[in-house]
Design a protein around this ligand. Structure first.
Ligand SMILES: Nc1nc2c(ncn2[C@@H]2O[C@H](COP(=O)(O)OP(=O)(O)OP(=O)(O)O)[C@@H](O)[C@H]2O)c(=O)[nH]1
Length: 327
């Protein structure tokens, strides 16, 4: 019976862990994780109750299943459900203590041996509470590790799509998002516009104030642009002092307005630095768009915006130029 219990605990735990970790190719969504966690509680909870009924609270099989229930549950749990698991495990420990404190002649496990003897009640209660505290402490350690692990996974993903200096999307993420949006079926997408901008005379800022101030200026530019975009627009750093904005659903003239708004914000939002007058920054903007019907690829669209941006540079900088496609 003991070995069967141990084997069962081990197999069930490994199985559960394998399903949680490798069961789906995609990482589980939060809703899936919650469903899986609830199912796990139910499964181990029911198993625990059945063990209690069949072999009684003093049997090692019951102990293993209850401990497994708490530990495996916590190992797999999304952080949002840790409190729930904690309450449930404390309730399980309390219920366990109550059961052993009862006059056990009132309760006789279904599979109890003929010479079944109730244990010393107080001794058992103290042992169970101590065990409960140890399990709880361990559970919190596991929970903390699990949450660090999840957090690390999330922040690795975050790092892989962000520009480390400015915190906006990096070039790879911009291109991937744009390619994905352009590949959407015609009926699912509206138009899409891109705005490419390049800070004017940026080399002079580096030369005059130093590279660290140059970096601050890039952060300032990114913040100013971000403040002038909507939530579903995507701003990213395309190169050194070049930023790209993806505006899903925007027409060419709407994107033109957005670019003018950004140029205006940059013009009137000089960057404050200590010990010198605020630095005035301007930029040149190029705008291009793809209608819902056009089959345009990401590189062509960006190249058009790039040409328009260079026209803006040649026309004297600090302005917006819209790409006009040859008829
Ligand atoms: N501080 C800092 N400078 C950068 C970074 N990336 C690129 N740069 C600098 O940006 C400058 C770009 O200079 P240029 O390409 O000559 O262009 P510009 O001076 O902005 O002139 P125009 O674009 O013609 O208006 C170079 O000096 C680069 O070293 C960065 O991450 N931090």
């Amino acid at each position: 019976m003991l070995w069967a219990g141990l084997a069962w605990g081990l197999i069930a735990s490994l199985l559960w862990f394998a399903i949680a970790r490798f069961g789906s190719r995609q990482p589980m969504s939060e809703a899936q994780e919650n469903r899986f966690a609830s199912f796990t509680i139910l499964f181990f909870g029911v198993t625990g109750i059945v063990s209690l009924l069949l072999v009684g609270p003093f049997n090692l099989v019951t102990g293993i299943v209850l401990t497994g229930c708490v530990l495996i549950g916590l190992l797999l749990f999304p952080a949002t459900q840790i409190t729930l698991v904690f309450i449930l495990s404390m309730a399980a420990i309390l219920a366990y203590a109550i059961v052993v404190s009862l006059d056990t002649t009132l309760y006789r496990p279904l599979l109890a041996p003929v010479d079944y003897r109730p244990a010393q009640v107080w001794y058992d209660i103290i042992t169970i509470i101590a065990a409960g505290l140890i399990i709880t402490k361990d559970s919190f350690t596991v929970a903390a590790l699990t949450s660090t692990w999840r957090h690390r996974e999330a922040s690795t993903f975050d790092r892989s799509i962000r520009d480390p200096l400015t915190g906006v999307a990096n070039r790879g993420h911009l291109l991937q998002t744009l390619t994905h949006q352009l590949a959407m079926p015609t009926r699912a997408r509206k138009g899409l516009a891109v705005v490419l901008m390049d800070v004017d005379f940026f080399k002079q800022i580096n030369d005059r104030y130093g590279h660290a101030t140059g970096d601050q200026a890039l952060i300032h530019v990114a913040e100013t642009l971000q403040d002038n975009l909507r939530d579903n627009d995507l701003l990213g750093r395309y190169g050194g002092e070049e930023f790209l904005m993806l505006l899903p659903g925007a027409t060419l003239s709407q994107a033109h307005n957005v670019a003018e708004r950004c140029a205006e914000a940059l013009r009137h939002n000089a960057m404050a630095i200590t010990g010198s007058p605020a630095i005035k920054l301007t930029a040149s903007f190029g705008v291009s768009s793809a209608s819902a019907q056009s089959a345009m690829d990401a590189h062509t669209l960006i190249e058009e915006a790039d040409r328009a941006m260079y026209t803006a540079k040649h026309q004297g900088r600090d302005r917006v130029v819209v790409y006009s496609r040859p008829q």
